[in-house]
Design a protein around this ligand. Structure first.
Ligand SMILES: NC(=O)c1ccc[n+]([C@@H]2O[C@H](COP(=O)([O-])OP(=O)(O)OC[C@H]3O[C@@H](n4cnc5c(N)ncnc54)[C@H](OP(=O)(O)O)[C@@H]3O)[C@@H](O)[C@H]2O)c1
Length: 255
């Protein structure tokens, strides 16, 4: 696939941003999406400066009309979508299950679950017409295991894995591959928020197999592979990129 057209949600920070930059260096055509117009336009300019034709489209993935508009504008600009990266997500506010409110549920599930579903819906609409396409959903190692006091986030990322498998089966007949990436702890704003402060972060890092969290660039590298033709016989797959975290069960390391 030369000069692929790549659409990325939640592209203005962290893993989404690193993924957009990695694709730009590969010479892709990019549609980057997020909720902040000024930052988005500036980022599209940076990508263009790297030689990648790029368009920013403001979209909040919780809303069907926004996601429809995002996908339609990607097609209007570039004529097709080869790779879609459904990355937008939120960790919400972790806490005991007894404290969960309707608002907490909505905050996490509307973005992580409904948002991913809406992206799949509209991306499938285009990719079915093309009879080809590759979708990468961003789940988490918490889509494969539990974590205390993160019930909503864990549940939402398990749902993303379920969507990935069902959509992979539906897409197979139409030339559409659907996979998920499951990052472990990765140094982004979300990781900072989830871990709290430097002391807590050091404590988490010390029990990780490699004694460090991953970088957004390391996730982007694996994500690009999953989306590419090099992974042409992979579908319904969940690729963990976690420094070995899931290899021996959670939070086990030697000193
Ligand atoms: N960092 C980790 O340790 C880790 C581990 C496993 C999985 N992940 C997953 O990786 C993905 C990227 O997260 P990150 O670590 O790169 O953190 P991040 O920098 O906070 O990125 C999340 C992005 O999603 C956007 N977003 C949130 N809600 C949105 C909505 N309703 N509509 C559109 N965009 C929305 C955010 O933009 P706003 O500024 O508009 O909120 C932000 O740009 C997430 O799905 C996350 O769950 C992260």
């Amino acid at each position: 696939m030369s000069d692929p057209v790549v659409l990325i949600t939640g592209a203005l920070t962290g893993i989404g941003r690193a993924t957009a930059l990695a694709y730009a260096r590969q010479g892709a055509n990019l549609v980057v999406s997020g909720r902040h117009q000024d930052v988005g336009e500036q980022f599209a300019g940076e990508l263009s400066d790297l030689g990648a034709p790029a368009e920013f489209v403001r979209a909040d993935v919780r809303f069907d009309a926004d996601v429809k508009d995002l996908v339609d504008r990607a097609v209007a600009r570039f004529g097709r979508i080869d790779v879609a990266v459904n990355n937008a997500g939120t960790a919400g506010t972790p806490g005991p299950v007894t404290d969960v409110t309707d608002e907490d549920y909505q905050a996490i599930f509307d973005t992580n679950v409904k948002g991913t579903l809406l992206c799949l819906k509209h991306e499938f609409r285009v990719m079915r017409e093309q009879s080809v396409g590759s979708i990468v959903n961003v789940s988490s190692v918490f889509g494969l295991m539990g974590y205390p006091e993160a019930t909503l986030y864990v549940g939402s990322k398990h749902a993303v894995v379920g969507f990935t498998k069902a959509a992979a089966l539906e897409g197979a007949a139409h030339g559409i591959r659907v996979n998920a990436i499951a990052p472990g702890f990765t140094r982004t704003a979300m990781y900072e928020q989830f871990t709290g402060d430097d002391t807590a972060r050091d404590a988490v890092d010390s029990v990780l197999p490699m004694h460090r969290a991953g970088t957004p660039e390391e996730i982007a590298e694996a994500l690009q592979y999953l989306g590419s033709d090099k992974a042409s016989y992979l579908s319904g797959h969940v690729l963990t990129v976690d420094g070995g975290l899931m290899a021996g069960g959670p939070l086990l390391s030697s000193s």
